[in-house]
Design a protein around this ligand. Structure first.
Ligand code: GLC
Length: 736
């Protein structure tokens, strides 16, 4: 349809029909035959009006979607097709590594491929939009949703956000064969106080703008079709009802012109945040703030008509939102072809293709961080005598907390991966993933390894005997996926106690130990670090996780991942990140301070256990000194910084060469260091490569005391190295 036709359609719609377009209902409101009565009470909407919904979430399957879409089209006065949306976060049926792991690739191409695969599978199964990417910056490992983010770096998050949007939306204007992206959660949901889910976010405007907005901006520049509001308050106002944030910053400043949807019942939560007395006031605040679609609160559909009739809300605001939604439907081609899945190459065929599995396996291996590898314990030799032990050795639940549409039974366990190289291998679980009898909000998840206390004691003893009888041991441990994701905040970020017992029992009889760690967050792994000669941090690696782990264990792939988020020394250190500030009593890492009055803890170091950007390879790299092509620049100029990296080891490997900048003195406190660039290179043994970074003015800018975004003259330190702590430095000046 042309824009004029859309406007004509809008003008012919009744107010009730328009408000229907502003409402998104969950698939549970519909069965195959039509609306169900269940949620009427909660939503305050008669079920007959469900059919007016402009979009529906959480339904999958091309046939089911087609069935419900057809019922709604028939029921709607102007037969406007609803959009179908769902949470396809790190995969649809081929599940890829969780986004926090994806960030460890430092490779936009991997992010783009992830978006592409998941979008093509979901589109072939009828979906139109995914509620991804989640681009919230995260620094606090206590928060369960860090697993959905690509980490703590402003720069890395922004690059990955853009790549994910491009992958999800594909090349064509109508997203055909792909999905529209709904970037979330605007804004700063990743900084809840105390790392506790849904908690208030208290940020200075400077931090909000410098650290938390850039990744959303990158997604907008990449063309994200939609944006989702966040649950949290900012400056003590729930973002979903915050006009300054939504209309002022998101639309006017950042230029977002797409459709803005609330998070689930986030409009209704304005009441629970005690800033609105009822659904009517909540609806008013949200529509004035510019929220186009109300996801599952019922506030718009139950109270908006009254607000317009009484003149409290101008109908023009409704029209503005409806027109954005009609434009999105038009862009999707829904008016001409309501069921986009037809004619897609994958339509009706088995998804989870061998090609998609192959890519998932490659990407998973790129996300696995080798944290420690004493005595070159890894890689293993095929014929080596190794005991495989641990509750994750044969666990298929390695897809992550947001992988509803994937089939666990289709994932590859470590043992299956190892057997593909060493058919005689076998494993002992030793214990369950969770403590005996432990559930998470009543869910067990790991029925496969449920044991009683007594059975667990015996099983650990057996595992220890098994360990004692072999030269080497590989232990697969980790938190449960149930302990991560939405509602997954934890104040204890260690592995379950039963697994610590297994680790101790095995270590007591065999110190030739490597540990594989499964997690949806940075864990406190001090106990593992003390005992293991090698540590491979595999996050939640997805459908092909077991094959990817086996590829690394046996050296068929060389580790290349770098931490996308600092691993804290312990939970008391959270939040901890690479771009902290100096303070007036700064303590350098490792400095032995006797003076009490310094910025440090009495009982733990300031430095994380493993810093942002850290990760080992099976080979070694050396860095030359940093060479600058000039020692000073003026406003508008740029300079080049270069190092020569050499592979001094015995195998070909990839290295993420990282560029950090430090603004030594400025009108406001600046981070001790910030990632401002990276380049991933591949070097054969003995090969050298000159890596050159351009340093431009935008890399030096920040919000000064007047909140003007600019660079200030002065000295800067360039550090180029293998992680956020180790590197070679050089100084340059920005002159007036
Ligand atoms: C959830 C999440 C959001 C998700 C939405 C729909 O509460 O916060 O990320 O997209 O609801 O499932």
């Amino acid at each position: 349809m042309t824009e004029q036709q859309l406007v004509d359609l809008l003008q012919s719609m009744t107010l009730e029909e328009k408000i229907g377009q502003l409402t998104q209902l969950d698939g549970s409101c519909f069965s195959g035959e039509g609306p169900v009565t269940g949620p009427e009470q909660e939503l305050g909407i008669p079920k007959e009006k469900f059919l007016l919904a402009g979009s529906i979430l959480g339904v999958t399957g091309a046939d089911k979607i087609e069935q419900i879409r057809r019922i709604c089209i028939e029921a709607q006065p102007h037969h406007i097709p609803p959009i179908f949306m769902a949470d396809v976060i790190n995969g649809y049926q081929t599940i890829l590594p969780i986004p926090l792991a994806l960030g460890c690739t430092f490779e936009e191409e991997a992010a783009k491929k992830t978006g592409d695969i998941m979008a093509r599978e979901a589109a072939a199964d009828g979906l139109d939009i995914t509620f991804a990417p989640m681009v919230d910056l995260v620094k606090d490992a206590r928060w369960g949703r860090v697993m959905e983010s690509t980490g703590e770096s402003v720069y890395l998050n922004s690059r990955m956000a853009a790549a994910m949007v491009e992958g999800i939306q594909g090349e064509s204007e109508d997203f055909s064969g792909h999905l529209g992206a709904c970037t979330k959660h605007f804004a700063a949901y990743g900084a809840p106080m105390a790392g506790r889910e849904y908690c208030a976010v208290e940020l200075s405007e400077r931090s909000l703008r410098e650290e938390y907005l850039p990744s959303y901006q990158a997604a907008i520049h990449a063309g994200s079709a939609m944006m989702m509001t966040s649950f949290n308050t900012l400056d003590r106002i729930p973002v979903t009802g915050n006009e300054k944030i939504m209309r002022g910053i998101l639309r006017d400043e950042m230029g977002f012109q797409g459709v803005l949807i609330s998070d689930w019942n986030a409009i209704g939560e304005l009441i629970l945040n005690h800033v609105a007395e009822d659904k009517k006031e909540a609806a008013r605040q949200a529509v004035v703030a510019g929220v186009d679609i109300d996801m599952m609160s019922g506030c718009y559909m139950s109270r908006m008509e009254e607000l317009v009739r009484e003149g409290t809300v101008e109908e023009g605001l409704i029209d503005e939102s409806v027109l954005r939604i009609l434009k999105l439907k038009n862009r999707l081609g829904l008016f001409e072809r309501p069921n986009r899945a037809e004619k897609l190459p994958e339509y009706g065929v088995a998804l989870l293709s061998e090609e998609n599995r192959k890519v998932a396996r490659e990407i998973a291996a790129k996300t696995m961080v080798l944290l420690k590898n004493e005595e070159n314990f890894l890689p293993l030799k095929r014929e080596e005598d190794v005991a495989l032990i641990g509750p994750y050795m044969e666990e298929k639940g390695i897809l992550g907390a947001w992988s509803f549409f994937g089939d666990r039974e289709k994932s590859i366990t470590i043992l299956e991966g190892v057997r593909s190289k060493n058919p005689s291998a076998h494993a002992k679980s030793g214990c369950g993933i969770l403590n005996p009898g432990q559930t998470v909000y009543g869910f067990k998840f790991h029925e496969t390894n449920e044991m009683t206390e007594e059975e667990t004691e015996r099983s650990i003893q057996e595992a220890a005997e098994y360990a004692a009888a072999h030269k080497k041991v590989v232990l697969a441990l980790g938190e449960s996926p149930l302990q991560t994701g939405e509602g997954g905040s934890r104040a204890d970020i260690t592995i379950p106690d039963v697994q610590k017992k297994l680790l101790d029992a095995v270590y007591a009889v065999n110190q030739n130990l490597a540990v594989i760690v499964f997690a949806g967050r940075p864990l406190d792994i001090r106990a593992i670090k003390e005992k293991a000669k090698s540590i491979l941090y595999v996050w939640m690696p997805g459908t092909e996780g077991g094959n990817a782990i086996a590829d690394i264990l046996y050296g068929d792939r060389v580790p290349e991942a770098k931490l996308s988020m600092s691993l804290p020394y312990c939970v008391g250190q959270c939040p901890v990140c690479h771009n902290e500030f100096w303070t007036g009593r700064h303590v350098e890492d490792g400095e032995n301070i006797t003076n009490r009055f310094q910025s440090k803890y009495q009982d733990i170091p300031n430095a994380p256990l493993y810093p942002f950007g850290y990760g080992l390879s099976y080979t070694d790299f050396t860095y030359s000194d940093v060479e600058l092509d000039r020692a000073e620049i003026h406003e508008g100029e740029e300079l080049e910084a270069a190092v020569v990296v050499e592979n001094t080891g015995a195998v070909t490997g990839k290295e993420v060469v990282q560029l950090y900048l430090t603004d030594e003195y400025a009108s406001v406190a600046r981070p001790i260091r910030e990632l401002k660039g990276y380049q991933k290179i591949c070097l054969a043994p003995g090969e050298k490569k000159k890596v050159v970074f351009k340093i431009s003015m935008d890399m030096l800018c920040f919000y000064d005391r007047k909140m003007e975004y600019r660079a200030e003259p002065g000295s800067f330190i360039v550090r180029i190295g293998t992680d956020s702590v180790n590197g070679k430095e050089a100084r340059f000046w920005l002159r007036k």
